[in-house]
Each structure stands twice: as C-alpha cells, then as structure tokens.
Design a binder for this molecule. Structure first.
Ligand SMILES: N[C@@H](CCC(=O)N[C@@H](CS)C(=O)NCC(=O)O)C(=O)O
Length: 221
C-alpha cells in the first residue's frame, strides 16, 4: 500500500496544501494509502527524507516527493478511465495552474496565516518554524502577518477576484470536468482554513464559493 508522509502539527492537524492535493487525488481515485503523520522536526531528523519535503510517498520501495511529481506518477501508475484528473490534453493547463498557485495564491495565503500556523505546532516545531520563517521572510512571522493584514486591497482578495471571474462561466477550473487543477486550488484554500480565519472567502465571490461547495460535495459524499 502507498505510504504518504503527511505534514502534521499539534494533535495531528494536517494542514499542508501540498499534502492535501495528494490526499484529495488518492481519495478521488479510491486508492488505498497509509498516512504517516510527520512533523517538521521529524522530517529533518529522519535521514530517509534528505532534501525531500512533504508530501513524500513510498510506493513499493519507490520514494517520490513534490506533489505535482507524485500526482503525475499516481495518474500514470494507477490509471483508471473513470477517474482521470491529469491527461495529455490538460497537462499544460494544469502545469500553469500549479505554478500560478505556488507562486501567487500560496503567497497571498501565507501573508495572512504565517503566524497563525505557529499556534498549531508543538513546541519543537514552533521553534523551528519561527526561526526558519524569520530567515525566509526577513522578519518574525508575527510582524510579517500583522503587516500584511493591514493591506485593504490585499493579494488574497485580488486572487479571489481573479478566480471568481474565471469561474463565472464554468463549473471547474478547466471547464465542465473536475481535474487536478481543482485539487491544487482546493488544497491551498484548505491550508488557510485549517489554521486561521484570515482566508475566509468573501461572500461577494459567489462563483468561487459555488466552486468550493462543488468540490466539498465531491469529497464529502
Ligand atoms: N513543491 C513542493 C513543496 C513541498 C513543501 O514545501 N512542503 C513543505 C510543507 S507544506 C515542507 O515539507 N516544508 C519543510 C520545511 O519547511 O522544513 C510540493 O509541491 O510538494
């Protein structure tokens, strides 16, 4: 069975956007898997990971990391006509969405939740997180988040606006069929929701909210 190393915080809270993309994908395809909850510091201490981040999967001794690489591997290895999420006809669009989400959407989310993440981590992980993110963002997560929350027309709002326009005449990101592009974005929004209230989608973005409801129904039924 596939082993999925999933980033967790306190009380096994699973919040990583990249790990959620893979859990959504495996669930959609009804592929059984075992979750191995992994904290930030457990990943660093375990030589198995090396440079690999989370999610990492182990499938018959094959170790694979990076969510998009994992998604393409699973689509190919566990191909099933009834649950295609990545195909030769949509791979370029999905690659574009993956790059857009990682560059713009996730940045606009992290601006609003960076410090909130730290409250969901055990002590060791919190120390590691605060230090590593202070280095990465050039200031303490508390200051970084507080500064960004003051911006009225912030990047998160602009990204919601963009997605709302895009979804005004289609059900899913790439048209009338669900694809891995939807799982990428759903993973990002879930990341925010798991740790904070600062990435709630405003009621004015009705098409985006309708899309989110559609995704929720697919995965909760
Ligand atoms: N491009 C990678 C990004 C993976 C990534 O950055 N994962 C984070 C967790 S959300 C991680 O493992 N961070 C480890 C750390 O910060 O030490 C993907 O799509 O999987």
């Amino acid at each position: 069975m596939i082993k999925l190393y999933d980033l967790v915080g306190k009380d096994n809270l699973s919040f990583s956007p990249y790990c959620w993309r893979i859990k959504y994908l495996l669930n959609y395809k009804n592929i059984p898997y075992q979750i191995i909850p992994t904290t930030f510091t457990a990943r660093i201490k375990n030589n198995f990971f090396g440079e690999s981040r989370l999610p990492t999967i182990l499938d018959n001794n094959e170790k694979i990391s990076d969510s998009f690489v994992i998604a393409k591997y699973i689509e190919k290895k566990y191909f099933d006509h009834s649950s295609i999420l990545i195909s030769s006809s949509n791979i370029d669009s999905i690659t574009f969405i993956n790059n857009w989400a990682d560059t713009f959407l996730n940045k606009s989310i992290v601006q609003r939740i960076l410090n909130d993440i730290s409250f969901h981590l055990d002590e060791d992980d919190r120390d590691y997180f605060i230090t590593s993110r202070t280095n990465r963002f050039g200031e303490h997560p508390r200051d970084y988040q507080a500064k960004n929350l003051l911006i009225i027309n912030n990047e998160f709002l602009q990204n919601c606006k963009f997605l709302n326009i895009h979804l005004s005449d289609r059900t899913f990101i790439l048209g009338d069929k669900i694809s891995y592009a939807d799982l990428i974005l759903a993973g990002s929004f879930l990341w925010g929701e798991k740790v904070s209230t600062n990435t709630r989608i405003d009621d004015m973005f009705e098409h985006l909210l309708k899309w989110k409801e559609e995704i929720k129904n697919i995965f909760e039924n």
